[in-house]
Design a protein around this ligand. Sequence first.
Ligand code: HEC
Ligand code: HEC
Length: 459
Amino acid sequence: MQKRFWTLVGVLFLGVFAAACGEDPVSPPPPPPPPDPIRAALIDTVRLLADQRNLDPVPSGPVVRSELVTLGRALMFDKILSGNRNIACSTCHLPSFAMGDGRSLAVGEGGAGLGPARTPPAGGFIPRNSPTMFNLHTTQQLFWDGRVEMLDDGSIRTPAGAQLTPAMEAVFEFGAVSALGMFPVASRDEMQGEQGEPGNELGAFADGDLQGLWAALMVRLGAFPAYQVMFEAAYPGTAFADMTFAHAANAIAGFLLSELVFVDTPWDRFLNGDDSQLTNEQLRGAKLFMTVRCMRCHETDSFDDRNGEFKNVATPQLGPGEGDGPGGRDDFGRERVTGDPLERRAFKTRALRNIELTAPYGHAGQFATLEAIVEHYDEIDVRLQNYDVSQVEAALQGTLLNNVSEILATRDTILLPIEFDVIGRDDLVAFLESLTDEAARNLFGVAPATVPSGLTIDN
Ligand code: HEC
Ligand code: HEC
């Protein structure tokens, strides 16, 4: 009797113990993994290198009032901002393609379909790749050539010059990002459309008449009572009649900075102290990235350029071009903004967070995969000479400019000694993949269900 009693107590005790530990108490604990001195040394090295370069996790974005986000979200997805009501910001910045469009060069006004399946109108392609919009709180230079940017004195330089009035600038809460939305609407190929199109009162404004166009956009938006309500909720105390398109652009910026900041990545968690976040391959890649000169340019926490310098990294030129050079099919990049011939073909050193999700790469989408753009840096002059144009869509292959020696004339000399083997390339790619926030893989939640105009939503 007594023996049975104690057996019962024992079973109960073990049961409670097992429940508390969540484990079967009889099987022995798994043996600890054998110590891996190579990995441990690699971790130490990467931590030391990151320390020396002052690398920290990327800070989170600003807190934006929800009414402003709601307005910006609607504007971002509403085709009402385009002359012919047929293209929204989101048509080229699609949630399903990590806020790019998954193609080398964007297809604007008059195109049909979405993403890689979109077919260009007779006018052809937009000259540059549509970039993603992640983590814009870490940059004050926008577009591939930085033509919308905040200068050191805090003023904002844009192609609009004095048409962007001090009163408009005063509305901007997020620096250069607030100014950006003023410009796609004024590009005929992207959103404005042409003169003489029936029903397109925006297309009627002469090139460069931004004030006229912006005012007409506000008339269009004001025709929807729902927009008037949304604008006045986003800017308490200001009547819709007293607002300008700067209020719209600032709201889009509020939306981008509230909804598209993704900084919780294995690399950030590693920097915060968790060794287990990176594989050996990623650790080797991080070491290489920090020692093979990538960080001479991709040098900040988000891996763009700290001093806002633009660089020529000898990427090939294809597509319709920006009107530069003989035949107008070239793109002189930063020189177009600064007038400095030393900055010919210099482009923005892009931030690399979530880079895995935003193929193709380069200012004209010249590289189809992360492997391809990383490999480009291994003996860059040779790679440029042997550039494989078959990786871009068929319609663009014949547009590759034959100008290797001109590109190399201003390519950055920092690049010259960079060399690595196939393992190095794969390690670098693995490291870049550690910069992905899992939450950025599915962005369908950022689109609204409907927009005030009732037009269809591209996402
Ligand atoms: C026809 C396609 C198209 C449309 C429509 C479009 N964009 Fe873009 N977007 C692009 C392209 C292409 C670039 C790069 C242009 C360049 O660098 O010269 C770009 C660049 C940007 C950038 C800069 C990102 C960076 O890191 O430099 C932002 C932000 C942006 N667009 C927001 C918008 C907003 C907001 C709208 C709507 C008001 C919009 N876009 C409409 C194609 C488009
Ligand atoms: C001399 C400065 C410089 C160095 C060094 C450099 N980069 Fe870049 N990187 C740039 C610039 C500028 C661009 C944009 C080039 C273009 O579009 O023509 C770029 C683009 C990229 C892109 C594509 C970004 C996008 O959104 O399309 C990746 C990925 C990249 N670099 C990785 C690297 C790696 C890996 C290394 C080291 C092997 C490296 N970079 C070294 C300046 C540099």
